[in-house]
Ligand binder design. Sequence first.
Ligand code: EPZ
Length: 419
Amino acid sequence: MGKYIINGGKTISGKILLSGAKNSALPIIAASLLTNDVTVLNNCPKISDTDTAFKILKQLGTDIDADGNTIIINSSSADKVQIPENLVKKMRSSIIFMGALISRFGEGVLFYPGGCELGNRPIDIHLNAFKKLGAKINENGNKIEISCPKIIGTVIELPFPSVGATENIILASVFAKGKTIIKNAAKEPEICDLQLYLKKAGAKITGAGTDTITIEGTDKLGFAEHTIMPDRMEAGTYLMASAATGGELYIENISSYIIKPVTDILSQAGCNLKINNNSIYLKTTKHLSSIPVISTAPHPGFPTDMQPQLTTLLTQAQGTSIIKEEVFDKRIKHIPELIKMGADIDIKDNRTFIVKGPKKLIGTEVYSHDLRAGAALIIAGLLAEGRTIVNGSIHIQRGYENIETMLTKLGADIKFSEN
Ligand code: EPZ
């Protein structure tokens, strides 16, 4: 199991160019199964989750060529409907292939997905939606067999604006008979990117980015070339790293609208930000201020995927901050590790923590239990006194392309070690 070795105390400053968004690339890679033609994806992040998604496509009979961050996918010869358990278990978002499989083949066999330990991660919203579209689902242990010879469009009201369920219903409805309307749909920008790709391939979809998405069934999809949108979570992570270490950071090629929930909080914490349509410049002031209460929420609320990184930042802010995790029921694995480094954090319950600062963090050995917890611990290592070893790099590499190279360019003293 690899680790990152960080000698803290350096400011993180400079300019970065963002990778493609993991949470846009993954549903689009699954969606490429829907066409019998070729899909060309540009700016595709080279991370372990996209690697797993490509392995799943190859397992289904798709041909894939890669040239750096450009991936050429030809799904014309795809003919398998089962995804092996070992691949499904590698990431939660493998569930997104279910919608693609029933659209393409009318059937699919998957297993309950693995993924980040963020508490209970059921897929009931996905399965109930597929049943409404006419699917028969047989659960045998953790194997899920789904069959749906003809998908009939219908109105589906989501009990929670689930990102994955919204994407899965879109994929399942592309060739449906009639119209599918998703109500209380998730509004994340990555869903807009999925819609953009599918419309280029010939799908009839409107409403992504709003809480009502309409999919008009069509006969087939064709060729599409698409450039994956920039990763707003990568942007937010580097902004938090710079803010936590008293640096200044310039990011271009990102729409300021999609990262506004994060830049609003950084401004509230006392950072100076210059924001243009497609670029952000952050300069940290001497003292960060606490945030009295901050709750995570579905977009356009403060993103849960930035909660761990913000927790680290607020350990350095003057005053008391109350953080409420309203999306996942147990996204707290980073907190005991931060407390090991000296952070003053009181866990009220699995969704509420009270951070008091500023508190000096001292480098020590910590463990990254999931992707964003790992990012939070790397930021803690960057600002801490002395050496921090962040174990569990496998989780961090699921979502950050070359994080140690990027941070070194920005002034960090960080090394990756395989053992
Ligand atoms: C997506 O996960 C993202 N992953 C997550 O990013 C992100 O944290 C999450 O959306 C919320 O924004 C990808 O896009 C690949 P949800 P997803 O369905 O689709 C509950 C990262 O760090 N729920 O919106 O799994 C669920 O338990 C990852 O990049 C049900 O109860 O998230 C959670 O509490 C982590 N039943 C809430 O909804 C269901 O059937 C939000 O989940 C589905 C979800």
